[in-house]
Design a protein around this ligand. Structure first.
Ligand code: ATP
Ligand code: MG
Length: 141
């Protein structure tokens, strides 16, 4: 199963819509709560990043027997220094983002923690965040 979601920049009302659908789907699959939690936490952070830091993009959500795979793509402006961006507490979020409760600089580090594999590639044309959650581990038994 593969699903795709549009993610619209600066739309705080729709922000989290993709992650909500992912959550609903995992719940319907009877995936254990602890596993749902780590997928949803990462998914929400990645989605919000596209909303607040990019010009917009889309996500894909794949479920197979081995893993849950999430991909977030946007159309820029990209992350100039990925290593710095992955540092806990680093953020370029605006006042408005802070007013909406974002900008602690914890999204990327938390995605790294909750996923089994994370790769980030980025240039000025866009960012791609790839997240893999392996099934059949302790939290899914
Ligand atoms: N899709 C993206 N496009 C461009 N820059 C990004 C993107 N995702 C992250 N960044 C950059 O990396 C920084 C760190 O991201 P991270 O998610 O860790 O923190 P944050 O979004 O600023 O705050 P938080 O996630 O805690 O609300 C961001 O402030 C931004 O500069
Ligand atoms: Mg973030």
């Amino acid at each position: 199963m593969v699903r795709e979601y549009q993610i619209i920049a600066r739309n705080y009302d729709l922000a989290g819509r993709a992650s909500s659908d992912i959550k609903r789907t995992l719940k319907a699959m009877n995936v254990p709560w602890s596993f749902q939690k780590r997928v949803c936490a990462a998914s929400y952070e990645a989605e919000i990043n596209v909303v607040i830091h990019s010009v917009g993009g889309y996500a894909t959500f794949e479920v197979n027997d081995q893993a849950i795979i999430l991909d977030f793509y946007d159309d820029g402006p990209g992350i100039p220094n990925i290593e710095l961006a992955m540092t806990e507490g680093f953020s370029t979020a605006s006042e408005l983002d802070h007013a909406n409760g974002f900008g602690a600089g914890m999204g990327l580090p938390n995605m790294k923690r909750s996923s089994d594999l994370m790769t980030v590639t980025s240039d000025h044309e866009g960012t791609h965040v790839h997240l893999v959650f392996l099934r059949g581990k302790a939290d899914e038994k």
